[in-house]
Design a protein around this ligand. Structure first.
Ligand code: CA
Length: 233
């Protein structure tokens, strides 16, 4: 699971970002000022920072410089105005990407995914954990409740492609492009591999746990233990 730090002083935008990112399987921390944000970067080592440029205490460009002085965590800046000189200055100061407010949430998550992919955070030594499932990209190993899963190359790639977007519905076309490098292949190819992967995860299409199909749309990897928590709360 990736941890995203949101540095934003507007409480409603902060809350919306927190909720949306948590729903997509990220762990989220937040800070309302530049100084609190910097402390969180140094203390908690997030995988990515979403940074509002208009903060009450420290200028956003200064915050970027301070974060960069401390390390290479990816930064996506959020700004209220489509202000080209500010964007250029933010990118020059070390930001990896930017989103202009008001933004659609899908745009934010797409940028987060793209920046994480580009900066290879998922290929880092940190395993991806979803419930009792652990996926370690560098060694191409996966375990379920600490038991190793015997996956073929395609099954592992499919699981990794879904795990990189935990909680999101991923279309079969996207999976064909990611796993088979063949976006116009047959959905049936994906279905067959999904059913094999399901069997290895000890579940069926009729009684899914980790792999939830959304008819006509695609499939998503979810944490079944979190789902139970939500239902019971
Ligand atoms: Ca602000």
């Amino acid at each position: 699971m990736t941890t995203i730090l949101v540095i934003e002083d507007d409480p409603s935008i902060r809350a919306a970002l927190e909720q949306g990112l948590v729903e997509r399987g990220h762990s989220v921390q937040s800070a309302a000022t530049g100084i609190a944000g910097l402390e969180a970067v140094l203390g908690d080592h997030p995988d990515l920072v979403l940074l509002d440029l208009g903060l009450p205490d420290v200028d956003g460009l200064t915050v970027i410089g301070m974060i960069r002085a401390a390390g290479s965590v990816p930064i996506i800046v959020l700004t209220a105005v489509d202000d080209d000189p500010t964007m250029v200055a933010a990118l020059d100061a070390g930001a990896d990407d930017y989103v202009v407010k008001p933004f659609g949430f899908e745009q934010v998550t797409a940028r987060v995914r793209a920046v994480l992919r580009r900066t290879h955070r998922h290929a880092s030594s940190d395993p991806i954990r979803v419930g009792e499932l652990t996926i370690h990209a560098p060694t191409r190993t996966a375990t379920l409740a600490d038991r190793p899963l015997e996956l073929t190359r395609r099954e592992f790639d499919l699981l990794l492609a879904l795990a990189a977007r935990t909680g999101e519905v991923v279309s079969k076309r996207t999976l064909l492009a990611d796993v088979w490098q063949h976006a116009d292949g047959s959905d049936r190819t994906v279905d067959v591999h999904l059913s094999w992967l399901r069997r290895k995860l000890g579940e069926t299409a009729a009684q899914p746990r980790y792999l939830q199909s959304v008819r006509g749309v695609g499939v998503r990897l979810v944490d079944p233990t979190a789902q139970q928590d939500r239902k019971s709360s």
